[in-house]
Design a binder for this molecule. Structure first.
Ligand code: DC
Length: 237
């Protein structure tokens, strides 16, 4: 669904950890035949780097001091899959652990890192029609797009999904421990000073607690189609 008038189609999806927003974003992008950028992976790359350098990711000054040595880039391969390059090293497959996720949430509090990644994300949005998901996409990265969504689910449901994922990986986990981890991440992502996770009134809420991913994707696609149509009508009149 690329726009004819060369204006890029930009779709913003925010939400808390474990709400399924990257899965929803990927399907929306596939359906529209456009790219998907999971911006959390860029913060994860910085979390990975801090950990590799032996830095405590909660130490903002130490994280800041690393920034001049860090280059985080996104590339899409022929199949449209995103790759994250950390100082020219493809780290895509090293980003999906709990440890890296928690480190990402910690380094994401540093405003100077956020400014760097935000610029890189906007540059991707200038280049491609795109679905971007993260925590500050609606509020900071693509605030001018009419297509803004907040995908969420209750903390208990997100915990159940995370437990299932861990079980599939052959790992055992304790429900209360996973729930505590999810609540801690919610707190850190939504209470930080720099671009906290929050939903503004112009952003459509998609609650997946009792709904399937398919249903969420359908709702988002129909909202996009409706807004694109009403945008066209406005331009013509
Ligand atoms: O979506 P995720 O779990 O991969 O993100 C990892 C962390 O990165 C998340 O806890 C907070 C941070 N993040 C952010 O601050 N802003 C974004 N746009 C995306 C992620």
């Amino acid at each position: 669904m690329a726009n004819e008038d060369n204006k890029k189609l930009r779709i913003a999806i925010d939400g808390p950890a474990g709400a399924g927003k990257s899965t929803v974003a990927r399907f929306v992008a596939q359906n529209l035949g456009i790219h998907h950028l999971d911006t959390g992976a860029m913060y994860r790359a910085m979390g990975l780097y801090a950990t590799e350098q032996g830095i405590n990711p909660q130490n903002a000054d130490a994280v800041r001091a690393l920034l001049p040595n860090v280059d985080i880039r996104v590339e899409f391969d022929g199949a449209g899959k995103q790759h994250i390059l950390l100082n020219d090293r493809d780290v895509t497959n090293a980003l999906r652990t709990e440890e890296v996720g928690n480190a990402a949430s910690a380094v994401a509090q540093v405003p100077e890192l956020r400014a760097l990644l935000r610029n890189a994300q906007r540059a991707v949005g200038e280049r491609y029609d795109i679905v971007m998901d993260g925590r500050d996409i609606c509020t900071e990265v693509l605030p001018d797009t009419p297509h803004k969504f907040f995908v969420t689910a209750s903390a208990r449901e997100r915990t159940r999904r995370r437990m299932r994922q861990l079980e599939r990986l052959g790992q055992t986990a304790n429900f209360d421990a996973v729930l505590a981890d999810i609540l801690a991440r919610d707190r850190q992502d939504s209470r930080r000073d720099a671009a906290p996770l929050r939903r503004e009134p112009d952003t459509m809420m998609i609650d997946t607690t009792h709904n399937s991913v398919r249903r969420a994707v359908e709702r988002i696609l129909s909202a996009i189609a409706e807004r694109e149509e009403s945008g066209k009508i406005k331009e013509e009149s």
